[in-house]
Design a protein around this ligand. Structure first.
Ligand SMILES: Cc1ncc(COP(=O)(O)O)c(C=O)c1O
Length: 388
């Protein structure tokens, strides 16, 4: 593994700031930015619409999927390229043929965007929404039991995040999927859709082993790709059973004269995209993999977030949401002595420290990436102590 200081030189955006917002958006490595520029130049040079360009686009799509597949340990045929995690989650959510008596089980830690999709599905199809209290399981209680206790004979889909964006809790994916798939009272197998916004690029996923049905991701957060590229994993045996909702020429099977939908995950892709952005995600993944495997990166994330958490717990007037060492790069904490979290974020940003607040629970959140330095954590601790 390369020395982290040296490795970080590739991320120019990290030079002049203390960046703790990877869960919002990552920072592009310089070589990924260069790939975007080179690709646009190449397109102009070769001719944007021609046989050579069509081959370049096909090759670019195929290698982007291979790169994503290598990072998350699945086949490239099970990857659909999208714009972001919200689009990725929309695909199975609208693709399921909902019946009036169906229920969707959500946790109370899901992102507003995902809740909004589920609410609209409920309004249009009369599907019932059930929300289970997962946030409270951070320090006690078993999240698997909570989910199990909220399943009913009508539950059709369970929507969870793998890492909760507010508390940083890692949900045990394999156990949750197993409970849902083996729920015997349901007329049909309960499927699981995962919002992987905070997990992809920060946590080893083991998707095949987990048997998860649908897993939505984005490339612009922990993977440090360009904003505008996300992806969806659909378990291979489910692909032909979930219909596409947004439809276009990229989703068709050209080997058949009646042009049906492709029978792999291309069926959910629509039409023209900003193809040069795919090269940036591919390059960013290669840069991370040059430093270490996802297991090695996750190990470093846990060591560093543990360090931040330990230091925060020593500051009077700060309370970490999690009472034991973090299992992810998200470290959330309350200000207890009357200071307002939004004001604190503003003060911190003026000093070059990028954090964010969360609404529920109202707190601050620091993201620890494997690119984070111990010295950055020490500097953050010092400024929080001074300002608190
Ligand atoms: C858990 C979670 N879900 C969804 C989103 C939305 O992400 P995107 O803009 O990639 O759709 C975010 C972004 O912060 C998130 O943290």
């Amino acid at each position: 593994m390369q020395d982290i200081q040296q490795h970080r030189q590739q991320f120019l955006g990290l030079k002049d700031k203390f960046y703790f917002n990877f869960g919002g958006q990552g920072i592009l490595p310089q070589s990924a930015l260069q790939k975007i520029i080179d690709s646009y130049e190449h397109i102009d040079k070769v001719g944007p619409f021609g046989l050579k360009m069509n081959s370049w686009i096909e090759e670019n799509i195929s290698t982007a999927k291979k790169s994503i597949a290598s990072e998350i340990g699945v086949t490239s045929e099970s990857i659909t390229l999208t714009e972001n995690v919200s689009v990725s989650c929309n695909i199975p959510l609208w693709g399921i043929e909902w019946q009036k008596e169906d229920e969707i089980l959500l946790t109370d830690a899901e992102h507003y965007g995902i809740i909004a999709i589920v609410k609209e599905i409920s309004r249009r199809f009369g599907v019932k929404i059930v929300t289970c209290p997962i946030i409270d399981t951070l320090n006690h209680d078993n999240p698997v039991e909570v989910i199990k206790n909220h399943l009913t004979p009508h539950t059709r889909l369970v929507v969870i995040s793998h890492i909760l964006w507010n508390t940083g809790q890692v949900l045990p994916l394999k156990e949750i999927v197993s409970v849902c798939h083996n729920y015997t009272y349901s007329q049909q197998q309960i499927q699981v859709l995962v919002d992987g916004a905070q997990s992809v690029g920060s946590l080893p996923l083991n998707l095949i082993e987990s048997e998860v049905d649908f897993y939505g991701c984005t490339g612009h957060k922990w993977l440090c790709g360009a904003a505008g590229v996300g992806f969806l994993y659909v378990r291979q045996d489910l692909i032909t059973s979930v219909s596409p909702t947004f439809i276009g020429w990229r989703g068709l099977n050209y080997s058949k004269t009646d042009l049906p939908f492709a029978d792999d995950s291309r069926r959910y892709e629509v039409a023209t995209s900003a193809y040069p952005l795919f090269t940036a995600l591919k390059e960013a993944i290669a840069v991370h993999q040059q430093w270490g495997t996802i297991e090695q990166r996750y190990h470093r994330i846990c060591e560093l977030s543990n360090y931040l958490w330990t230091q925060l717990t020593k500051i009077e007037g700060i309370e970490c949401l999690k009472h034991t060492a973090p299992e992810s790069g998200l470290v959330s904490f309350y200000l207890k002595n009357g200071k307002d979290a939004n004001k604190m974020v503003k003060i911190l940003e003026e000093k070059g420290f990028y954090l964010r607040t969360l609404v529920n629970p109202y707190c601050l959140r620091a993201c620890i990436h494997y690119l984070t330095l111990e010295t950055e954590i020490e500097a953050l601790i010092k400024v929080i102590k001074d300002e608190n």
